[in-house]
Unconditional design. Structure first.
Length: 334
């Protein structure tokens, strides 16, 4: 499990709406418990080992829109007109592939977060023509690689825009959003659209975020205003639940989307891997079955949500498809 306060979607309380997958139709809860190889009723979509993992596109928007989005203390944004445009410039060019590559640079290649962020800012050209401001701005980052990298990206861009920007590592969403609302310790934070929306809305029984970026952003605006925050523009970059297969599996079937997988796999041979909650969570197996019509021969339980055990199971051919995070550094292309 990645070192963040979430189960499946970014940061705290994501368990409320993105936790894992699975459903009553699952025929198993963990192939590793008895030492037996999982059995499938067909062969078309049986697991195919391989080193390179690829995510199949969620083309029907099963997952909530957890696009990276700048969150800013409202009074600070109002007092500094150049602040939000600088952060929106990041959103205008940041992609999920960028997140994958930056995470890989830190988690796999063991580079320093500050160096990785600085290199991306320089290569992206994001600082060209920025409106200039001034004054001290503290950017918060949570305790996991991606958040710290993004906080440094924001700080570097704000520095290029004339601000005296620094990075402060903070704790859980409960802590850092309170600090952001107060605006004394931190004034900016790299957030995730759907997760932030659900957290600010606060009612577990009333989900207001969805896979629609525009609709989720519209739902966020009044919640942000009430909280004394302002959010910038969402990036194309997204860190959310995703389902990965090996490149060899995808090439063998000729699939790049979950819809194509459903069309290709009608013989009951798919084996799904993920955490124990998977058979009960609407954004995983039930969602795959109900939204895409996928059928599974069995579900194999792994105790690390989107972690090395699940990814290894996909690579080693224990499962056909498994739950990962869309910006995981393990998805970087060789």
């Amino acid at each position: 499990m990645r070192a963040r306060s979430r189960l499946i979607a970014p940061l705290a309380l994501a368990v409320l709406f993105t936790a894992a997958c699975g459903e009553s139709g699952s025929s198993g809860t963990g192939g590793s418990t008895d030492g037996e190889e999982p059995q499938a009723s067909g062969e078309t979509c049986a697991p195919v080992p391989g080193e390179q993992l690829v995510v199949l596109e969620d083309d029907k928007a099963l997952q909530n829109a957890d696009n990276v989005i700048p969150a800013v203390h409202a009074a600070t944004a109002e007092a500094n007109p150049a602040l939000l445009p600088a952060l929106n410039a990041v959103s205008g060019v940041l992609t999920t592939e960028d997140l994958v590559n930056m995470n890989a640079a830190v988690d796999v290649e063991r580079q320093i977060e500050e160096d990785v962020a600085a290199a991306w800012v320089e290569e992206s050209g994001v600082t060209d023509g920025l409106e200039q401001g001034s004054g001290a701005i503290a950017v918060g980052g949570a305790g996991f690689t991606e958040s710290i990298v993004l906080a440094n990206v924001y700080a570097n861009v704000l520095t290029a825009a004339g601000f005296d920007a620094s990075v402060r590592e903070v704790g859980s969403r409960e802590l850092y959003l309170a600090a952001l609302q107060e605006g004394t310790e931190i004034q900016v934070f790299p957030e995730y659209l759907a997760t932030a929306t659900e957290f600010l809305e606060g009612d577990e029984a009333n989900q207001v975020a969805s896979g629609d970026v525009d609709a989720t952003l519209e739902a966020l605006q009044p919640l942000a205003e009430e909280a004394g925050l302002v959010f910038g523009e969402p990036a194309d970059a997204v860190d959310q639940n995703a389902f990965a297969v090996t490149q060899e599996f995808a090439d063998q079937l000729g699939v790049t989307t979950l819809s194509e997988l459903a069309e290709a796999c009608d013989d009951g041979s798919l084996i799904l891997g993920g955490p124990a909650e998977c058979p009960e969570r609407p954004f995983c197996q039930p969602g795959l079955e109900e939204t895409y019509g996928l059928e599974f021969a069995s579900f194999q339980e792994y105790g690390d949500t989107g972690g090395p055990l699940t990814k290894a199971a996909i690579q080693q051919g224990e499962v056909s498809i498994g739950l990962v995070f869309s910006s995981d550094g393990a998805l970087a292309q060789d």
